[in-house]
Design a protein around this ligand. Structure first.
Ligand code: ADP
Ligand code: MG
Length: 316
């Protein structure tokens, strides 16, 4: 069993009346890409800030690398790389100077530092922008600079708080691939996001948060077996008489069927021939069948089934 890199026990954080973290337990092992997935306001950033001793908390304990974390635990802090939700770089310094500054906080040997800065620049794909000032960079490049500053000193634990929000698809892919590369090179990763697709793509284990609580935890496969949904089928139809919908609803393995805006949506639990049986009923009733889709459950379905609401708003 790999060693614990992070151990959070019974953590409670209040902002006045609001309980931002409600008895949170988390264990993260060496080598994991650990995802903290939850909607805005669920407590992800508060967890990170407590973990780093940037925030005091009301109750609980936090260990990193097997040692108690505290504001003065510099031996722990030097092995952590932090990429904050809000980009934090110096406007007065160029790309290269920014990375050199942050790296220099940890690495004093000049030759080694130069090598580390060069590696961070090529890691983030910023070779063509070395001499640029931050205000000349696009949102995606600025994020990549933020990441380069956080990882240049080669920390063992890297924490990224929503690093892909408002980032163009190209930079987003670069960032996700970069995180996997850092992990392959030995770093343990904590990755927070409200984008379930990203968490599914890169995380080896995931904790789903809602209102300061951990509501589920496991690999993506484990999380999906926690819910009854195994398949969601949709069929576009010009019309669907009530009695045909009732007939579909009555099929075994189908626990909900609904017809809105010209689309039949059937949620299935188990069973191997759900789609065929639905299509047979539609055909028997002489209905014109349009586009058909079938989808495996997503982490959004997990969140929906546990909390009764979607992981994020449609406009997100
Ligand atoms: P997330 O990062 O998942 O979006 P946060 O950890 O930022 O969530 O916030 C968790 C909850 O705590 C939210 O309800 C938020 O409004 C509240 N909160 C966060 N920071 C503060 C603060 N400094 N003062 C008061 N409430 C806060
Ligand atoms: Mg946040």
């Amino acid at each position: 069993m790999a060693e614990n890199v992070v151990k959070i026990e019974n953590l409670v954080k209040r902002y006045g009346e609001l309980i931002a973290l409600d008895h949170l337990d988390l264990e993260i092992k060496a080598g994991e890409v650990f995802g903290l997935l939850g909607p805005n306001g669920s407590g992800k950033t508060t967890t990170i800030n407590c973990l780093l001793s940037l925030l005091s908390y009301d109750k609980g304990s936090i260990e990193i690398f097997g040692k108690k974390m505290s504001p003065t635990a510099y031996d722990i802090k030097k092995d952590i790389g932090i990429i904050m939700q809000n980009v934090a770089v110096f406007e007065e310094l160029t790309v290269q100077e920014n990375i050199d500054y942050f790296c220099g906080l940890y690495i004093t040997d000049k030759a080694k530092r130069k090598q580390y800065v060069d590696e961070a620049i090529s890691f983030a794909g910023l070779e063509d922008f070395r001499k640029f000032f931050p205000k000349k960079l696009s949102g995606g490049l600025l994020r990549r600079l933020n990441i380069a500053c956080g990882i240049a000193h080669k920390p063992r634990l890297i924490i990224l708080d929503e690093p892909t929000v408002a980032v163009d698809p190209q930079s987003r892919n670069k960032i996700l691939e970069g995180i996997e590369e850092l992990n392959r090179n030995g770093a343990t990763i904590i990755y927070t996001s409200h984008y379930m697709e990203e968490v599914e793509q890169i995380c080896t284990r995931i904790a789903i948060m809602d209102k300061g609580r951990k509501i589920a935890e496991g690999t993506k496969e484990e999380l999906k077996t926690m819910i009854k949904n195994t398949e969601t089928i949709t069929v576009a139809l010009h019309e669907l008489p009530e009695k045909v919908l009732d007939e579909i609803s009555a099929l075994s393995h189908i626990y909900s069927a609904d017809y809105t805006d010209g689309t039949l949506t059937a949620c299935c639990s188990g069973g191997r021939h759900n789609l065929i049986r639905i299509l047979e009923i539609l055909q028997k009733n002489d209905l014109h069948i349009g586009k058909v889709t079938t989808a495996q459950p997503t982490l959004n379905d997990v969140f929906l089934e546990i909390t009764g609401k979607a992981l994020r708003d449609k406009e997100d």
